[in-house]
Design a protein around this ligand. Sequence first.
Ligand SMILES: CC(C)(COP(=O)(O)OP(=O)(O)OC[C@H]1O[C@@H](n2cnc3c(N)ncnc32)[C@H](O)[C@@H]1OP(=O)(O)O)[C@@H](O)C(=O)NCCC(=O)NCCS
Length: 204
Amino acid sequence: MLRIRPFSLPDLDSILQIESQSFPKSPYHWTTFLNLHTLYPETFLVYVNPSTPQPEDQGLPSTRDFGELSRAAQAEGLRVDPERRSSTSFSKAGFGAAEWVNTNRGQKEEEIGGYIIFTQDGHIISIAIHPHHRRKGIGTQLLQRVMKTPHLKKVWAEVRRSNEGAQAFYSKMGFQITGWVPNYYGNEDALVIQWSPATIKQQD
Ligand SMILES: CC(C)(COP(=O)(O)OP(=O)(O)OC[C@H]1O[C@@H](n2cnc3c(N)ncnc32)[C@H](O)[C@@H]1OP(=O)(O)O)[C@@H](O)C(=O)NCCC(=O)NCCS
């Protein structure tokens, strides 16, 4: 049974809840997630908690077509800047999403434990696990998906200087600090952390 699968629109409500609890200072706006899904349909992944029913068990569709909504967001001039967490560029997105989330509430059968979004060249745009499901290895499984992607020369991310939990997590996974970006988060620096498959080969 697949526990890690690509994001689909019915996951949006869960993802937004995880996001607001994981990044209370700077959560992504819903339009950012739509744009990220459009940009990275195969590398925006969610982890489905084991105790929840699977779509095939329920005869429910595993995905919904939200191309229309996504296209509408783009037509409104909404853009994603994966390098920064900011909702200001998306504030005019007053249509659709709240309604969509409300009308789809209750139809979602799967419980989402966390998500990861990364680019094809190995940049982790975001990773977050629901606070109730941390320290259970979910983050490790999601990050390993990235690290096992064939042909990646490196995997890297930005982490707040104050985010010691995430730094410990990445460190345990073999990442090293390679630099920092002043005021990346507005009033806080980012540490740049990186891992390379070559590191493993050197250790062998
Ligand atoms: C960072 C995060 C993704 C880790 O996810 P997770 O599923 O809890 O991680 P895992 O259970 O796979 O942890 C693996 C190991 O990483 C280390 N680790 C993880 N979280 C840690 C923390 N808060 N403090 C210290 N070490 C931590 C531990 O060594 C852990 O192994 P252990 O539980 O056996 O001690 C999660 O805490 C989270 O979503 N944080 C909020 C969002 C965030 O900061 N994202 C990263 C932004 S760059």
